[in-house]
Design a protein. Structure first.
Length: 611
């Protein structure tokens, strides 16, 4: 129908509402009429009437939209046709593109095949000419080019029309490869035997072109090891035959070991660029593994001579026996140990410096090689590095020397402290006696010497021994000197605390249990007793301060040591833990001082008549 007809229908449908004048939504029924309904049947009837009117309205609206829907249908059909046409066109184009890509790929393969055949022919002619002219570098370059060709393409060429020519070229190249490998290997071995460095380097650079990387590194390392061994033996002979009066005589074996390790460092500095250039990254570890074997042999010879010349093992056995009660047959003067201990720490510090150098170089070389490697290869490289540095003979030898050094250094410390105590003097006007400065000088010297070894385990051991000497031995000496001013009944109870010591002292005073000080320390008068007691008090106070100062200085020295890469975070944590024990030792000296001061007040009031 036309729009006019639709309008007529709408007028006809809506006319009852207009005639009744009802509002929108209630065209057939007045709103006040609905409000007045109370019966369910009336409400259902009105509800059905309203639903019918809404359906009529929707039907009129659909009739109105019919022409537009017909236009939309035509447009949709036209769009579907265009999409179908585009799809067919795209399929045709993509098919032609695939055919073009396949053609292009086959063309590239044909070009590569032709190039490889030409390269094969070029290599065949070139290697023969180079071998006739003894131009081994050029011959190796042709062989390397041949080995780099795509073998699958060569196999296809063998199956084609030019198969016989290709097979003939391959046979010539394979024979030339075998001959050249044997020739270059033989020439390199001859150059190594005669020590001809230019020829060694010449053929060393050729072997990687032939795929003989491991053989080249092994032969080159053989030459370097021979040079290294020759120089190390010469230096060791000079060390053994040196005059004992020379300035460096006390550390001549440490100097000899240093020359050996510096020689290896120079070899790495000189030849690492050659290895990286001709053998590629990740190969330095292989070369250093060969060098380290020779280093271990020569270092062991130096250490054996050191042990023999310095009587190192015998000194250790004597010290070990003397430190065990009831087994001491002889004793060694501490000053006789001083140069030996210094030389051991110097040797170990040189070895640690050498290991840090190797670690830096190998890690840097592995980082370049591991840039595109997977996690398994990286882990393998890390394990091989730790295997080389921690399990080599040089590392084990140094650990054995340090293992002997620690008890010897402890013996040196304890014996020197005992001598300082025995030689204690208190000059007139001095607040403290000489043994305090002497003892702390000895303790600091021993720990500082351990620090120079660059071994965190050695440093921890000596800090622990120093803490033990101060906490037990030296503190006991000070307690004994303080006891000299107390009644005899309180001598055994000084360390029980202030209250118990004071009460016992007062009880002793009441019962007249005061003895003459001369019976204890041979002090001639009460004035000397008072002076000795006050000096002992000052010694305790100075010791507490010196321990705190010692801890601060050691923290600074250890920080410098670790800033040079001498240890891991775990080693640093162990040293910090050992240093924290010094704080407790300082606190114990402070507690002793407080107890002694309070006892002094009571003692002065009862015995000396003053407060």
């Amino acid at each position: 129908r036309s729009l006019c007809g639709c309008g007529a229908v709408m007028d006809e449908v809506s006319s009852p509402a207009r005639r009744r004048g009802g509002p929108a939504g209630l065209s057939a029924v007045q709103s006040d009429t609905i409000e007045g309904l109370t019966e369910l049947e009336d409400l259902e009837r009105v509800y059905a009437q309203l639903c019918g009117e809404e359906c009529a309205d929707k039907l009129c609206f659909c009739v109105f939209l019919r022409p537009n829907l017909q236009l939309i249908e035509g447009d949709a059909v036209q769009l579907s046709g265009m999409i179908s046409f585009t799809c067919s066109l795209a399929e045709n184009v993509s098919s032609k593109v695939r055919q073009l890509d396949l053609t292009k790929k086959r063309l590239y393969q044909a070009i590569q095949r032709a190039d490889d055949i030409l390269d094969l022919k070029f290599c065949t002619d070139g290697v023969q000419t180079a071998l006739r002219n003894q131009d081994y570098e050029q011959a190796a370059a042709h062989i390397h080019r041949y080995l780099s060709l795509d073998q699958s393409v060569i196999e296809l060429s063998k199956q084609g029309g030019e198969g016989s020519a290709v097979e003939a070229s391959l046979a010539l190249l394979q024979e030339a490869e075998r001959n050249l490998k044997a020739l270059v290997t033989t020439r390199l071995e001859e150059a190594v035997a005669t020590g001809d460095l230019p020829q060694v380097e010449r053929f060393f650079k050729i072997l990687p072109l032939l795929g003989l990387h491991e053989q080249g590194l092994a032969r080159f390392a053989q030459y370097l090891c021979s040079q290294l061994a020759s120089k190390a033996e010469e230096n060791l002979l000079l060390a053994v035959g040196s005059d004992l009066g020379e300035r460096r005589a006390p550390v001549i074996f440490a100097d000899t070991l240093t020359l050996l390790l510096e020689g290896i460092a120079r070899i790495v500095e000189t030849h690492q660029p050659i290895v990286e250039t001709y053998y590629g990254p990740g190969r330095l570890h292989t070369l250093l593994a060969h060098l380290q074997n020779e280093c271990d042999k020569q270092a062991q010879k130096i250490v054996d001579k050191f042990i023999q010349q310095r009587d190192y093992n015998n000194k250790f056995q004597v010290i070990q026996s003397s430190m065990m009660r009831g087994m001491a047959t002889e004793k060694i003067e501490p000053r006789d140990l001083d140069p030996v201990l210094c030389e051991v720490t110097l040797m170990n510090s040189r070895a640690e410096l050498y290991f840090r150098f190797l670690r830096r170089r190998i890690v840097a070389d592995f980082e370049v090689a591991d840039a595109m490697a997977d996690e398994a290869v990286i882990q393998e490289h890390q394990q091989s590095l730790e295997q080389l540095l921690k399990n080599c003979q040089l590392s084990r030898t140094m650990q054995e020397l340090i293992g002997y050094y620690i008890p010897m250094e402890e013996y040196y410390m304890r014996e020197s402290v005992n001598k300082a105590v025995a030689m204690d003097t208190a000059e007139v006007g001095q607040l403290s006696s000489s043994m305090v400065d002497d003892v702390f000088y000895i303790v600091k010297k021993c720990i500082s010497r351990a620090l120079t070894s660059s071994s965190s385990d050695c440093v921890c051991a000596m800090i622990n021994h120093a803490t033990s000497v101060l906490e037990t031995d030296f503190r006991y000496v000070l307690v004994c000197k303080l006891r000299a001013g107390y009644p005899v009944s309180a001598l055994q109870d000084l360390q029980r605390g202030v209250s118990s010591a004071v009460s016992l002292m007062q009880s002793s005073l009441q019962h007249g249990k005061i003895t003459n000080l001369t019976q204890t320390l041979g002090i001639e008068s009460q004035e000397q007793a008072k002076s000795a007691y006050l000096v002992a008090l000052n010694n305790v106070e100075v010791c507490s301060e010196n321990i705190s100062t010692l801890k601060k200085n050691l923290e600074s020295d250890c920080a410098k040591l670790f800033s040079q890469g001498a240890g891991s975070d775990h080693a640093k944590a162990k040293i910090d833990s050992c240093l924290s024990d010094l704080v407790n030792t300082s606190s114990n000296f402070k507690d002793l001082l407080q107890v002694s001061e309070k006892l002094l007040i009571h003692y002065c009031s009862k015995v000396w008549g003053c407060i």
